[in-house]
Write a protein that binds this ligand. Structure first.
Ligand SMILES: Nc1ccn([C@@H]2O[C@H](COP(=O)(O)O)[C@@H](O)[C@H]2O)c(=O)n1
Ligand SMILES: O=P(O)(O)OC[C@H](O)CO
Length: 320
């Protein structure tokens, strides 16, 4: 019957809630450039993409929150402007009339060390880590992972987590330029300095969260700057220990969707356990006047991403 409540307590085809999405703004007040492989990057324009996104999310009036999948300011931003640029982009996000949840990316860490970055992004942490979770409704839980927990960027020079990452890269990548995948084959090509890993403590925390979500019959959406599935991303962009994280996630049935950024062209896959992996198209790569942002309508059995312009729309149906 039209408009009546179903067994899940939801109205016919009304979403339970919705939220806004954007990734890789990578803004800087510098001339347009290109990625290492020649893809154009529009550093000045990307903040306008964000501004239009915020305007649209606010016009919609119904979005409960916004998620930023990382990389708000580009590493080429002049260092004496890093702090003000990061604040400027965060201020644009904060024009959204609701909470904004940030995921940290490599470019955020090129600009500011963790102890400076996390307070600006309003990520509460006492050990410098940037993973957390939130539950916008009793039925859903969002888990934001810190993909640079073990990473060669962002930690103080002599920090044990940086040392661990440097040692790991020495073992896995023989190139003197640790961002070069030269000679690495297949999935080994992810062992680059602009990627990182989820550390042991974070994995333990994630295990506890997934256990709790299972007990509470919550569906989980994972957010991480670095993609977690090779079929949704180029090999060069993957989390170093994506396999370890996915083995843990696959021990539970509660995770339905994983969202990521970093691989700017975007991607989508459904893994062997029916989990959707959606890598978002970058705001940075939108030629002037074009856009890449979206919003997600959340239903009990699907997430429906409504993309604007260069962001592809994606239906992500799952077994509730
Ligand atoms: N095939 C590659 C790709 C990248 N690099 C290095 O990584 C840096 C970042 O690359 P972008 O995708 O952000 O342009 C780049 O400056 C190179 O140092 C590489 O060596 N080989
Ligand atoms: O956003 P960047 O500059 O770290 O580039 C990421 C790479 O394109 C991932 O393949």
């Amino acid at each position: 019957m039209m408009g009546s409540a179903n067994a899940f307590g939801t109205q016919g085809n009304q979403p339970l809630f919705s939220f806004g999405l954007i990734s890789d703004v990578q803004h800087a007040d510098i001339r347009d450039g290109r990625s290492f492989v020649g893809v154009p990057r529009y550093y000045r324009h990307s903040i306008h993409v964000l501004q239009r996104a915020v305007q649209r999310w606010n016009e919609h009036k119904m979005h409960k929150f916004v998620i930023n999948l990382g990389d708000i300011v580009d590493g080429f931003c002049p260092k004496d402007q890093s702090s003000s640029r990061v604040r400027k982009v965060v201020e644009e996000f904060e024009k959204f009339e609701g909470p904004v949840y940030h995921t940290i990316g490599n470019h955020c860490l090129y600009n500011l060390p963790r102890d400076k970055l996390l307070p600006v992004l309003k990520i509460t942490s006492n050990d410098g880590c940037a993973y957390y979770d939130f539950s916008p409704t009793p039925e859903f839980r969002f888990v934001v992972l810190d993909g640079y927990d073990i990473g060669a960027i962002g930690w103080p020079h002599d920090h044990p987590k940086r040392m661990e990452a440097v040692k790991f890269l020495q073992e896995k990548n023989p190139n003197s330029e640790k961002n070069s995948p030269e000679g690495l084959v297949g999935l080994e090509r992810r062992f680059l300095m602009f990627n990182g890993a989820v550390g042991k403590e974070q994995l333990k925390w994630l295990d506890g969260i997934l256990q709790e979500a299972t007990e509470m019959r919550q569906k989980v959406v994972i957010c991480c700057h670095l993609p977690l599935d090779p079929h949704a991303s180029s090999q060069e962009a993957l989390l170093w220990n994506y396999d370890e994280v996915m083995d843990l996630i696959h021990r539970y049935n509660c995770v339905k969707v994983c969202l990521a950024g970093h691989d700017h062209r975007g991607g989508h896959s459904i893994d062997s356990h029916g989990i959707h992996h959606r890598v978002l198209e970058a705001a940075l790569e939108c030629p002037p006047g074009t856009d890449a942002f979206g919003y997600v309508d959340v239903y009990y059995d699907r997430l429906s991403l409504n993309g604007t312009d260069r962001m592809e729309s994606t239906e992500m149906c799952f077994n509730p």
